[in-house]
Design a protein around this ligand. Structure first.
Ligand SMILES: Cc1cc2nc3c(=O)[nH]c(=O)nc-3n(C[C@H](O)[C@H](O)[C@H](O)COP(=O)(O)OP(=O)(O)OC[C@H]3O[C@@H](n4cnc5c(N)ncnc54)[C@H](O)[C@@H]3O)c2cc1C
Length: 457
């Protein structure tokens, strides 16, 4: 059954780059979920055009072979993990910036463009692409769209989906759908682009995107604020929101993360603090100074300990470094798993308390950092690499984390997605009726279940 599929594929698309090489298969087995053991894919296809993607989908549908779309494989939810007997469709060769339309502040790209390359390309035309996942130097726009990726600047500029004006998508049967375009406003019919954004490759393969650009922001001005209690840091965030401060970055690290970062990078962050906020403004000159002044006043009203303001760009970069390195610093502390949960911003202190209590209950070290301005935290549960009971305790801790998050009115994922790892929590998060609607959408667009089966739903 499978050999004819690959033969037909090669015969139908003679120029298609197709690999069954063992090293390639292993490299496309999983994303960044190193702890999962998905099967090897049947093969990896590297299409170079929408027409090739559409032809792959037609042949796969005829042979009932599952397709797994893939960007850079930096996902943290198993979304790009291979499925048994499935073909991985890597979009990395479709990596061209097709057009930069300065007049309309719009860029048209193929899905395999790396986020950082897109930023660089539009910067050369005096424009800026805002979405900025921490993985921006490697992840692709297709992956960003399919996960609706967030990042450090979401608090001001929104998530990837907020930058989308239009998409071209190949459906499971090979049909090519175009939705949206260059119009700033367009309400003709259902908003199909929003349906595909965040669908993790389960509804269609994104082959082109028309994205919104903005004027480049001014260089960031940077403030670090160290708090004696978690509550005080939460009160400072609430104070900033209340008085209308709109930083472009509002990030949090707890005491354990601060210690981990110091241990990894010797940054000399204040280890007596229970929490640290990184606050940045990208307003120009005096307006940025004034915004950070107001942020400082909110911190002072909340009982901040130490305040450190960067004097120049180099110092700002150094202060930012701690937050940037938090994930790697925590990974160095033992076996760890970065989690991704979100609550209404006002509930961040409650979530932090719950997280630390869960860590204690299961005997796990825990470091928390994340996007305080969005209510989106990344707790990392850590245990000794030699501790054989660690993984089981970790699983129980994660289940408690999801329950606590939902009880606070939150969601089990703020930006990494459901993927394979949180499928069993989708219904608890969205409710049975919403999941029924999602299944109906999936059945309408992909009745044979060709696209990324076992993911999300
Ligand atoms: C160090 C690190 C930091 C990170 N920081 C952030 C962060 O700040 N914010 C954040 O949101 N995420 C973050 N991530 C997670 C990850 O980088 C994002 O989810 C990213 O958007 C994935 O892009 P990718 O190209 O690697 O996609 P992949 O991992 O290859 O795929 C992700 C999902 O998208 C689907 N997909 C990929 N391309 C297409 C396409 N063209 N059409 C349809 N479906 C497609 C895949 O099937 C899969 O379900 C981080 C990851 C790491 C390792």
């Amino acid at each position: 059954m499978t050999a004819p599929f690959l033969e037909v594929l090669a015969a139908t698309i003679p120029d298609l780059h197709l690999s069954t090489d063992g090293v390639d298969l292993e490299a496309h087995r999983r994303d960044e979920t190193a702890y999962l053991e998905p099967p090897l894919p049947l093969a990896v296809a590297y299409p170079a055009s929408t027409a090739e993607v559409a032809a792959i989908a037609r042949v796969a549908t005829a042979h009932r072979v599952p397709l797994v779309p893939r960007g850079a494989g930096t996902g943290l939810a198993g979304g790009a993990n291979a499925v048994a007997g499935g073909l991985v469709v890597s979009l990395v060769r479709m990596n061209r910036v097709l057009e930069i339309d300065q007049e309309n502040r719009v860029v048209v790209v193929q899905p395999g463009v790396v986020n950082a390359d897109l930023k660089m390309a539009v910067a050369a035309h005096g424009l800026h692409f805002a979405p900025d996942p921490a993985s921006y130097e490697t992840c692709t726009i297709g992956g960003n769209l399919a996960t609706n990726a967030g990042g450090l600047c979401c608090v001001k500029y929104g998530v990837t989906g907020d930058a989308v004006l239009g998409l071209e998508v190949v459906l499971a049967d090979g049909a090519v759908v175009r939705t949206g375009g260059r119009n700033v406003k367009d309400v003709a019919g259902y908003d199909l682009a929003s349906l595909f954004v965040g669908s993790m490759g389960t509804l269609g393969i994104i082959t082109e995107a028309t994205l919104r650009l903005i004027a480049p922001p001014a260089p960031k001005q940077t403030l670090l604020a160290f708090f004696p209690t978690i509550e005080a840091s939460g009160a400072a965030v609430a104070g900033m929101v209340r008085c209308g401060v709109q930083p472009c970055t509002l990030e949090l690290m707890d005491a354990f993360s601060i210690r981990a970062v110091n241990a990894a990078c010797s940054l000399g962050l204040d280890e007596s603090a229970a929490a640290m906020l990184l606050v940045e403004s990208d307003l120009p000159g005096a307006a940025g100074v004034e915004e950070l002044d107001r942020a400082e006043r909110a911190c002072e009203a909340a009982g901040v300990g130490l305040l450190v303001r960067a004097q120049d760009a180099a110092e700002a970069d150094m202060l930012r470094e701690g937050r940037r390195k938090a994930h790697w610093a925590l990974e160095a502390m033992g076996a760890s798993r970065m989690e991704d949960v979100v609550v209404p911003r006002s509930r961040v202190p409650d979530l932090l308390r719950a997280i630390h209590e869960i860590g204690r209950r299961h005997g796990l070290e825990i470091g928390v950092f994340g996007h305080a301005g969005d209510g989106n935290l990344h707790p990392s549960f850590i245990f000794d690499r030699d501790d054989l009971t660690g993984p089981a305790r970790l699983q129980l801790a994660e289940e408690d984390l999801y329950r606590a998050t939902l009880a606070l009115g939150g969601s089990v994922t703020g930006e990494h997605g459901i993927g394979v790892i949180k499928r069993s929590w989708l219904e608890a998060t969205r409710g049975p009726e919403a999941v029924r609607v999602m299944r109906a959408v999936k059945a309408a667009l992909d009745p044979l279940g060709i696209l990324n089966p076992g993911k999300l739903l």
